[in-house]
Design a binder for this molecule. Sequence first.
Ligand code: PLP
Length: 394
Amino acid sequence: MNPRQLFLQHLAQTTDFPLLIEIEKAEGVYMYGPEGKKYLDLIAGIGVSNVGHRHPKVVEATKAQLDQYMHLMVYGEYVQTPQSQLAKALVDTLPEALDNVYLVNSGSEAIEGAIKLAKRYTGRPNIISCVNAYHGSSHGALSVGGNEIFKRAYRPLLPGIGHIVYGGFTDLEKINEDTAAVIIETIQGEAGIMVACSTYFQALRKRCDETGTLLICDEIQCGFGRTGKFWAFEHFGMEPDVVCCAKGMGGGMPIGAFIAKKEVMKSFANNPLLGHITTFGGHPVSCAASLATIQILQEENLIDQVESKANLFKKLLVHPKIKSIRNKGLMMAVEFESFEVLKPIIDRAIELGVITDWFLFCDDSMRIAPPLIITEEQIQDACKIILEAINDPL
Ligand code: PLP
């Protein structure tokens, strides 16, 4: 089976494709299969469970909101309290200018909203995104994705999409007065953890300013503390015009958002029916979970610990078969010779009780993105098992 078929097998939940493992319960950094088999989760639901599985405060906040209400009419004269509380908490984590929050249900929806917002605000037709970018699976999000294999079957997609090389300075000239927005993962995730430098981000910001183009940072995978700052763009000394987030935002509950300057978001509000509408976006129960998640990240000081935990992984994962480790905080890619070398290692690690994975567009590298609550002892256990799997793959 080639990597793509294996990936499909990994995803498909039908009887034709048996699931690799079945999970019955999860708590903290651990997941439990049938008969109580314990797995250390090194991918955190792909960057979702940053505060761990079923964090007691997330569970408590969720239950408390269930006791109040679940969903109300959203386009009336009333607003759902958890939504306004969450919007305020989110804005407090961001630069002052980013003060308007639009809540949705997922990452892809955040991207869809941000693309529409950029077109509406600028009145321009084109969007530029990066080669090898992953922004989601809905049509708009797929259109700005940067991997042809994923797009081919769904053409025609959105017109007016151009691509630039992530981190490539000369490509910045492709951004011009017809460009509504540049959309960029601040750290490229599915490309296998690619990290551009501050100079690049500042040049990108400058080019967007020169051409009146909005800069949209996709922080869906890299936001919410994963890289050692609340937002990954904080590493690079620049501020985007729009931020998209989801995944880690809900502490395990589905939620997403795109956040923009008031002046930009106003273009949706001018005529709501021509703007953007969602029935469930920012579900109150998810908002309550997200509020608790923000509090946990801050109160438990989890973001400040990211760097030292990442360094411990890097110190322990030394082996002749490991070619390199790319990372920004606890967003890590451990590079091997090929997928053929990596896959039996991943399978063996799973057998030994450690869950890792590879990347959509980079199948020679092992994904490590554990819950940020992982302890030093758990990192040591995980690395010991990974090294054992490397020495004795399936
Ligand atoms: N953007 C990035 C960077 C992602 O990693 C993902 C999901 O993996 C998405 C967008 C899409 O998010 P969702 O799967 O919640 O629609």
